[in-house]
Design a binder for this molecule. Structure first.
Ligand code: HAM
Length: 399
């Protein structure tokens, strides 16, 4: 938990650096919220049940729909753009394996603003900064645009209700299955091949020659803004499809190759949900980092987490100074200095060993003779250097 809290703190402060504000939503929602966009099939993938009042409720599988619901209910009058972030657990009825759990944590962000490249760039730049701030070395960011495939499939007369199953196969690059489904809808092999070719398109800005002028220039502008923000290690990949149904425009993913099969550490893009929940139509974009997964990737890279101990460990030299020692530890704590004290009545040598084991930075040794001069001995636990310090100066020394 200490390790998790430490990294969670880094992500939180990175989000604040970008001007995002933290929000939280309930762990469960009306099941309808998650069915609305994805249809009843999603019930197979989530924890959904009836409560005692026979209400259909579900444990949230993600936080985008809940945050947009909250925006529609209570934040629609807030000044725009709205830049929100969250950290919380999600539940999915998955087949558990390494990096894929039924309960997992997401650190995510949602932006509600204007439909321009700066808004999408802000989301990708924050995701990249977060991944970097954790110290992960090996990762890849891939940016695509789901509008391209949606348009091609619409042009091929794929009815909207068949879109999710086709996109799902394209997401997994299961081209034979996709060809079968497309065939059953009456889409010929040539049209199918054209679609598959787009999903295999990867590279720099030059690959955008293949797509329509408006999407191409949008993505070019996005990549330029990202470069200006120092996010240069991105790749254009028109095969980024995403597993959720609400995306409409830019989509992106980050992956850590060290993780093998479950390597996706972050996913996001721009989407449309607000009007579905009874709100106004707004431009929204966001992402979520899989917190458990990114910690796993850092572990795989050999990143070690070392907890730090208190600043001061107060060590009474003899039993007759324990009350004075209690007063001293309390003075330090009251001044905001992390301080601990021996409560095991150990001898001085053992207490110093313990202080070193729990990684205290300094020992404050309280002895009878020093106390007569209103002083204590402060010992640097890493170098072993020690000096006498007057009690009046102790707090300012630690500060
Ligand atoms: P997602 O891709 O479904 O997107 O999930 C985001 C991240 O959560 C994944 O990249 C992955 O790292 C992690 N994740 C997903 N499922 C599991 C699991 N079973 N166990 C461990 N980690 C998992 C979303 O959820 C969207 N709401 C992201 C978003 C926000 N799009 C726009 N705004």
């Amino acid at each position: 938990m200490e390790r998790r809290r430490y990294y969670e703190g880094i992500l939180r402060s990175t989000a604040k650096t970008f001007g995002f504000r933290e929000v939280a939503t309930p762990i469960f929602e009306e099941t309808e919220l998650f069915i609305m966009k994805s249809g009843p099939n999603i019930l197979n993938e989530i924890y959904a049940f009836q409560d005692k009042g026979e209400r259909n409720i579900a444990l949230r599988p993600e936080l985008t729909a809940p945050v947009v619901r909250m925006f529609v209910n209570s934040m629609s009058n807030e000044p725009r753009p709205l830049k929100l972030f969250y950290f919380g657990q999600c539940f999915r009825y998955e087949r558990p394996q390494s990096g894929r759990y039924r309960e997992f944590f997401q650190f995510g962000a949602e932006l509600i603003g204007n439909a321009n490249a700066e808004t999408d760039a802000e989301a990708i730049a924050l995701a990249a900064a977060m991944i970097k701030s954790l110290g992960l070395r090996e990762y890849k960011v891939r940016i695509g645009h789901i509008g391209i495939l949606r348009q091609m499939l619409a042009n091929a007369n794929v009815p909207p209700e068949r879109l999710p199953e086709v996109l799902q196969k394209l997401d997994k690059k299961m081209y034979d299955d996709a060809r079968d489904i497309l065939g059953s809808i009456g889409v010929g092999d040539d049209a199918a091949d054209e679609i598959f070719d787009i999903t295999e398109t990867v590279g720099g800005k030059e690959v955008l020659g293949k797509v329509s002028e408006d999407v191409g220039s949008y993505l070019r502008e996005l990549v330029d803004i990202l470069a200006a923000m120092g996010v240069v290690d991105v790749e254009i990949d028109l095969g980024v499809v995403r597993g959720l149904d609400y995306y409409t425009g830019m989509v992106f993913e980050a992956e850590a190759p060290s993780l093998g099969a479950e390597k996706q550490i972050c996913g996001g893009g721009s989407y449309s949900l607000s009007e579905l929940f009874g709100g106004e139509k707004v431009f929204s974009t966001g992402f979520a980092i899989g917190f458990d997964r990114i910690l796993l990737a850092m572990e795989k890279e050999g990143q070690k987490f070392e907890n730090t101990g208190v600043d001061a460990y107060v060590v009474p030299v003899s039993d007759d100074v324990r009350t004075d020692a209690a007063r001293i530890v309390s003075m330090l704590r009251g001044s905001g200095i992390s301080a601990d004290i021996d409560i095991m009545r150990r001898k001085i040598g053992k207490t110093l060993n313990h202080a070193s084991n729990v990684k205290a930075k300094y020992a404050v040794i309280v002895g009878k003779n020093e106390l007569k001069e209103n002083s204590v001995t402060v010992r640097d636990m890493s170098s072993g250097d020690q000096k006498m310090v007057r009690l009046d100066d102790l707090v300012s020394l630690f500060r």
